[in-house]
Design a protein around this ligand. Structure first.
Ligand code: GSH
Length: 412
């Protein structure tokens, strides 16, 4: 018998096992037609979980309830992986972070969000206590992530899968950008992992909530956008099944496509950059300045604001790599160079960006949270020293401003 998940698409608790399954290559079926409040109250379902809660995983050896237990089972089905750490102490740390994120993160997000939805009594002191406990948890997580890419070791473990699913509940319901910006390492960690292909395949595109939802009166739970079709009172935190989301509106044209045409063709520059293998200064750099159109494009220097945190080389490189991945949405409109300078920590991250239009595009500012982590200065091309700095950044000149380069990454 195959593994069968009883849940609905988009449930953040069952996502944990589905993501673990992506890492372990395990197949889990999920029958369609699950109806919240109906299917999970049938006698057959109550035999699998007497609480009548989802998710439940049916296995050849019997059913399992509790989403963390289900995810642990899935992560251990195929022994050939390091989701549970690769030593006794690492597996203890995996468990430590799973408990931490369940109690200190998920529990407090739940106590903030659910009373607002009207599924539990709301009180101002109750909400304040939940928010302050959540901040304490996020502060601790942020500190750990200052010098660690993952919670345990150097690759994704079950602790990351469960923590990111728990954070996802927060990012998509109550934790707005102005709340999370106090925890920049948590933000970087969350956005990097939620966009990891094995996560993305399960959770799809995630958008941070723009506001904290208004308080609904207890007993009259307003149908949250997230709520699945049901015949009786739903689970407190039941999130919306993905398939019930509103049909996407037709995509509006990017305002940058409406700018007056420019003689500079970005792809031509990118080709010249990539194909120039020798005499870079004479060919590519000269070519760049010959084609640069200051009416249609602008150049920007960026400097990472928190260089003193960049003590570990691979963490710094991952951070910059994540930034470039998130810039993917601007590929048609941007070219960038990111230099990681220094031969030991703290490494300095300095960048140069070419954007279509006279300003940094608004959609980039809105969608790429890393933008706020950098100081941005428009290049004044009438200043020869600034032009020379641009040229040096494009050609990965080394030493750059007196320092060796740990790496130079290009966005093209
Ligand atoms: N600790 C449980 C929580 C399960 C839970 O609360 N499930 C909700 C949906 S996300 C549910 O089924 N509620 C139905 C109910 O309370 O009757 C887990 O992680 O699996």
């Amino acid at each position: 018998m195959a593994l069968v998940m009883h849940s609905y698409k988009g449930n953040k608790n069952s996502d944990k096992a589905f993501i673990a399954a992506e890492f372990t290559g395990v197949k889990i079926d999920m029958p369609s037609g699950f109806e919240m409040g109906v299917t999970n109250k049938t006698p057959e379902f109550l035999k699998m979980n007497p609480l009548g809660k989802i998710p439940v995983l049916e296995t050849p050896e019997g059913p399992i309830f509790e989403s963390n237990a289900i995810a642990r089972y899935v992560s251990r089905l195929n022994g050939d992986n390091s989701l549970n750490g690769s030593s006794l102490i690492e597996s203890a740390h995996v468990e430590q972070w799973i408990d931490f994120s369940t109690n200190e993160i998920y529990g407090n997000i739940f106590n903030w969000f659910v009373p607002r939805m009207g599924f539990m009594p709301y009180s101002v002191p109750g909400e304040e206590a939940a928010i302050s406990a959540l901040k304490r948890g996020l502060e601790a997580l942020n500190t750990h992530l200052t010098s660690n890419t993952y919670l345990v070791g150097h690759s994704v473990t079950l602790a990351d899968i469960i923590t990111v699913c728990n954070l996802n509940l927060g990012f998509s319901t109550v934790m707005t950008k102005s709340f999370t910006s106090a925890f920049p390492h948590v933000e970087r960690y969350f956005w990097t992992l939620i966009n990891h292909p094995n996560f993305k395949k399960v959770v799809g595109d995630v958008k941070q909530t723009e506001s904290v939802p208004p308080i609904k009166k207890a007993g009259q739970p307003a149908k949250p956008k997230e709520q699945p079709k049901k015949k009786e009172a739903p689970a407190a935190e039941a999130p919306k099944p993905v398939e019930e989301e509103e049909a996407p509106k037709p995509k509006a044209k990017n305002p940058l496509d409406l700018l007056p045409p420019s003689p500079m063709v970005l792809d031509e520059w990118k080709r010249l950059y990539s194909n120039t293998k020798s005499n870079f200064r004479e060919v590519a750099i000269k070519g760049f300045w010959d084609m640069y159109d200051p009416e249609g494009y602008s150049l920007w220097f960026c400097d990472y604001k928190y260089n003193d945190e960049n003590m570990v080389s691979f963490v710094t490189l991952n951070k910059v790599g994540g930034f470039l991945q998130r810039m993917d949405l601007a590929r048609k409109y941007a070219f960038g160079k990111m230099l990681i300078c220094g031969s030991e920590g703290p490494f300095k991250v300095k960048g140069l960006w070419l954007f279509r239009g006279p300003e940094i595009p608004k959609f980039v500012m809105d969608e790429v949270y890393d933008m706020e982590l950098y100081e941005w200065t428009k290049v004044d091309i009438s200043d020869e020293a600034q032009k020379e700095r641009v040229s040096q950044m494009i050609e990965d000149a080394e030493p750059f401003e007196g320092e060796a380069l740990l790496d130079a990454k290009c966005f093209k």
